[in-house]
Design a protein around this ligand. Structure first.
Ligand code: CO8
Length: 263
């Protein structure tokens, strides 16, 4: 079913609970203006907390050329420091961190600047072989401002991140996979099918357990190992408060497919 009406976004949810949000400014290579940010964040919040059946969110770009070629340079070009600071220019993107359902970025073409940072805000990146990742902000007289200096460094290590951020050079899909930035690269024509297949597998899990597992993995970037392991242990123990734990283990023992009720 179609999801709302947006100016910069297409949204739908299928029977399996897989929501697809498509950045829809193809003529501007899906450049991320503030209106698009507002719509994407609101759509994700709605899918996360209020939609009756959405279980996994796919974010992709319309057209074959770009996932997103960055924040909208035309919108930003005349912004002053005080406006950026006082209005919190583009800081709404961090709200995506509060989304509990898994988010998969299906990267078709350019994922540059804010586009690369948006992909890294997702939980899993699947890249079309046409994908190209980079942080070209240095060439515009700015630096990555949507988490790029932090998430790229955690994804590919300091030396490579430093090179990418200081030169604006791009990574191919194959390089992104070999560095661990993306989990796989697939032929462009198979990108959505592969991503939907993965999303449907994730959608079959117990929703609260998938959300807990996602939160635990993300805590690996926030905590020391000792704190992270303690966090994980408590979340693991808390699974035993769910009927889905009983169902999952009973189904294994009875050699059948589990039917999770999300409770
Ligand atoms: N913003 C606005 N418009 C864009 C953008 C963009 N980021 N990227 C492309 N467009 C527009 C172009 O202006 C052009 O429009 P028009 O036809 O009206 O001239 C149209 O999209 C097509 O683009 P091109 O003609 O340039 O297409 P090419 O195939 O020749 O080139 C490229 C494709 C290489 C992707 C090229 O468009 C490009 O270099 N784009 C800019 C990439 C970039 O520098 N991105 C970083 C932006 S800065 C950023 O993201 C900062 C994020 C942090 C901010 C957060 C603050 C908190």
């Amino acid at each position: 079913a179609l999801l709302g009406s947006f100016s910069n976004l297409l949204g739908e949810v299928d029977e399996a609970g897989v929501a697809t949000l498509t950045l829809n400014r193809p003529k501007q290579l899906n450049a991320l203006n503030s209106e698009l940010m507002g719509e994407l964040v609101a759509a994700c919040q709605y899918l996360d907390r209020k939609h009756p059946s959405a279980r996994v969110i796919i974010v992709t770009g319309s057209g074959s050329k770009a996932f997103a070629a960055g924040a909208d340079i035309k919108e930003m070009s005349s912004v002053t420091y005080s406006e950026a600071y006082n209005k919190g220019l583009l800081d709404g993107w961090e709200t995506l961190r509060t989304i509990r359902k898994p988010i998969i970025a299906a990267v078709n073409g350019f994922a540059l600047g804010g586009g690369c940072e948006l992909a890294m805000l997702a939980d899993i990146i699947i890249a079309a072989d046409s994908a190209s990742f980079g942080q070209p902000e240095i060439n515009l007289g700015v630096l990555p401002g949507m988490g790029g200096t932090q998430r790229l460094t955690r994804a590919v290590g300091k030396s490579r991140a430093m090179e990418l951020v200081l030169t604006g050079d791009r990574l191919s899909a194959a390089e992104a996979v070999s560095l661990g930035l993306a989990s796989r690269a697939v032929p462009a024509a198979e990108l959505m099918e592969t991503t939907q297949k993965l999303a449907r597998r994730i959608a079959a899990a117990s929703l609260p357990v998938a959300a807990k597992a996602k939160e635990c993995v993300n805590q690996a970037y926030e905590m020391t190992l000792a704190e992270g392991v303690r966090f994980e242990k408590r979340e693991f123990w808390s699974c035993f408060a769910l009927a889905d734990q009983k169902e999952g283990m009973a189904a294994f023992i009875e050699k059948r497919t589990p039917v999770f009720g999300d409770s």
